[in-house]
Design a protein. Structure first.
Length: 87
């Protein structure tokens, strides 16, 4: 059965995920081959603006920014820098 399965490589399309905290996400993807390293592919994914998927990604990104003390969500340095090193 596997031998008869016609599998094709898809370079663009939609992927659906179910994240335990934010629920269902539908993300567009594009696979980009890396010319300097044959066989290596970079895959970029994004959500359509204004969708629940975009809201879910924004929420996940805000959590990641909160967990990373080196940067605040606005991109400015976080609390890990001592006052003597601030401009």
């Amino acid at each position: 059965m596997w031998a008869a399965h016609d599998v094709r490589l898809h370079h663009t399309g939609l992927k659906r995920f179910r994240h335990p905290a934010v629920g269902d996400l539908t993300l567009a993807f594009e696979a980009l081959p890396v010319p300097t390293d044959p066989g290596l592919t970079l895959t970029a994914m994004s959500a359509e603006p204004g969708t629940s998927s975009a809201d879910g990604l924004t929420l996940l990104a805000s959590w990641a920014a909160t967990l990373d003390g080196s940067r605040r969500p606005d991109g400015e340095p976080g609390n890990d820098r001592s006052p003597s090193h601030r401009p």
